[in-house]
Design a protein around this ligand. Structure first.
Ligand code: F0G
Length: 353
């Protein structure tokens, strides 16, 4: 076995870095591709989960951030800014402080999960709670970066997508080829675009013999790509993907169409049910947004719109501990059995007797 060095060192010749780039890394990437027996049984397919919640800050964002922050360091940036529904800001803050930069975070006031905000805080982020939604935050971040000495690291920064495409490389490296279908949640639409770039690059260089169909799923109340028009007041329990006007709109639609794939919507109920199935059947706790892909896959299987026998990879994008409140409230009040510290009494209370 060999130590994983982080996505820049692992895929250096495929990334926009040179010997002059100071590598800012937390050894992100190299995440497990886990077989999903329950999902495979439900769908009649060979389903694997790409578990991105094990990245250093708990989401896939670290892949793009190592590249974006390394390039910002190369260019001499002293401060970086992003708009975020929580995970990008957590990741940016961690990598920025590592590089000695000031992280400036714009989040929609009251609309991001507590643990994500805590991450930005502990990493020394300067945090603005913006009176508006994510789309307003992104517009503001762009305006600040245009006028003031601060580098923008949202996924409109091409270095972010370049870093994120490494997840597709890892899938092919693990499976020996691309899957038939790649499923994932879609919010600002950077990740689906990045995976498509990665699969396309590997196919062009004959590392893979083919490219998968890309299946993206948005939350029903925040599904601009499904409707074909921006949503002015996006709403969903999955706060990470509560986005009405995705920055990578054109790239995502191209990924969908070139791959003969689809982008569809799933309800909040389906998202929470899928999150529960992942925890209760596969043993993987993911945040609500991360379950949107699984929710969509289950819907298509149930409706007979998924041919059996295919190899499928589903990206689960962030860790369940990122949003404990939503998960706990779905399960109702948590009431463990009160037991004495004595075996016979405990066994009786716990139904083991
Ligand atoms: N899943 C999680 C857990 C996310 O945090 C995000 C996006 C997505 C899926 C959607 O990915 O935007 O590339 O289509 N979170 C961003 C953020 C918007 O600010 O953390 P996407």
């Amino acid at each position: 076995t060999r130590l994983w060095r982080g996505v820049i060192e692992e895929y250096r010749d495929r990334l926009p870095v040179s010997t002059h780039t100071p590598v800012v890394t937390l050894r992100e990437g190299g995440t497990p591709l886990v077989p999903a027996p329950w999902l495979s049984a439900q769908t009649g397919c060979d389903v694997h989960l790409k578990v991105e919640g094990v990245n250093p800050t708990g989401s896939f964002k670290d892949r793009g951030m190592t590249v974006a922050i390394s390039k910002a360091a190369e260019e001499g940036a002293e401060a970086v800014v992003c708009a975020s529904t929580g995970n990008t800001s957590a990741s940016m803050a961690a990598y920025a402080v590592r590089a000695g930069m000031r992280p400036v975070v714009l989040v929609p006031d009251g609309k991001i999960a507590g643990p994500k905000l805590a991450q930005a805080v502990v990493h020394g982020g300067v945090i603005a709670a913006v009176d508006g939604n994510f789309d307003d935050c992104l517009r503001l971040a762009r305006e600040l970066a245009e006028t003031y000495p601060v580098a923008l690291v949202n996924s409109v920064n091409p270095f972010r997508l370049a870093g994120q495409k490494t997840a597709a490389f890892e899938v092919v490296d693990d499976l020996g080829d691309a899957p038939d279908i790649h499923v994932l949640p879609v919010g600002n639409a950077g990740n689906i675009s990045a995976y498509w770039m990665g699969y396309t690059e590997y196919a062009a260089d004959r590392v893979a013999t083919r490219r998968p169909r890309m299946w993206g799923f948005q939350a029903a109340g925040a599904a601009p790509l499904v409707h074909g028009v921006p949503v002015s007041a996006p709403d969903t329990v999955a706060s990470a993907i509560r986005i009405g006007n995705p920055a990578s709109w054109t790239l995502a639609v191209a990924a969908r169409d070139e791959s003969e794939g689809l982008i569809d919507a799933v309800s909040d109920e389906q998202i929470l049910a899928a999150q529960q199935e992942l925890s209760g059947r596969e043993g993987l706790f993911v945040e609500p947004a991360s379950a949107a892909g699984v929710a969509g896959l289950l819907q298509y299987a149930r409706e007979g719109r998924l041919d059996p026998g295919q190899r499928i990879v589903v990206t689960v994008t962030g860790h369940g501990l990122k949003d404990v409140d939503t998960a706990s409230s779905f399960y109702g009040e948590i009431r463990p059995y009160p037991v004495a510290a004595e075996a016979a009494a405990a066994a009786e209370a716990l139904g083991l007797g």
